[in-house]
Design a binder for this molecule. Structure first.
Ligand SMILES: [Zn+2]
Length: 218
């Protein structure tokens, strides 16, 4: 038996959707409690209070994009969740922001597990090594490469709320849940080399969310 109470807590906001009549779209987190086991499972709701014609299709588009970019699943009611059952809230917020940015109609594909790091001109690859652990490597060695690898691993850790796997392993990060999340890591990897910019963007969106009174804006 599962029971879900109200819409949930808003954890992210796109105040103006440039792709659909400037509507406001929110991401809400809900906690579903299994009354038999007492186990709590986090679900995510993409929601707008807009009633513009076609808005349901736009919301569904964002949900489907999030499924691909974040490797998320969807309940019959349209709630999103990760297969491992963990919240991964920071990563989910990032998936939501990126999904809303994509121009409608473009083919959505999960991001690859490698990226060209503009700063070092290295091709940086992330490999899943099991148990939710990812190792960052580059196509060249040396001190400079090691520094960039550590910086990018640190970026992944921040954006995905991943943990360091020990002082000696500055090139590996891991998900607490112990499960692989390749799609998620691919998405975060596009932002990891510029983690400061990505985090500033999140802060701005959060402060915008605070400034706009939810009762009036959404
Ligand atoms: Zn997980």
């Amino acid at each position: 038996m599962q029971r879900i109470v109200d819409i949930g807590r808003r954890i992210e906001l796109v105040p103006i959707d440039p792709h659909f009549y400037d509507i406001t779209i929110g991401l809400y987190q809900q906690q579903s409690v299994d009354t038999t086991t007492g186990k709590e499972t986090p679900f995510f709701l993409v929601h707008t209070y807009s009633r513009v014609a076609g808005v349901a299709d736009r919301i569904e588009e964002v949900r489907q994009t999030m499924q691909v970019l974040g490797g998320m699943l969807k309940t019959a009611e349209g709630l999103l969740y990760f297969p491992c059952g963990s919240a991964h809230q920071a990563a989910c917020r990032r998936v939501f922001l990126e999904a809303c940015k994509l121009t409608p109609g473009t083919r959505v594909e999960r991001r690859p597990l490698w990226t060209l790091d503009k700063k070092s001109q290295l091709t940086v690859t992330v490999n899943s090594v099991g148990d939710g652990i990812y190792a960052v490597t580059a196509d060249s060695e040396g001190r400079g490469a090691a520094r960039r690898i550590a910086a990018i691993a640190g970026g992944l850790a921040k954006l995905g709320e991943m943990k360091d796997t020990g002082a000696d392993n500055k090139d590996t990060v891991a998900f607490d849940c112990g499960h692989a999340h390749d799609a998620l890591v691919g998405l975060l990897l596009t932002r990891a080399p510029n983690v400061r910019i990505a985090l500033r963007e999140e802060e701005m969106s959060t402060s915008r969310g605070v400034l706009s009174a939810p009762s009036q804006q959404m």
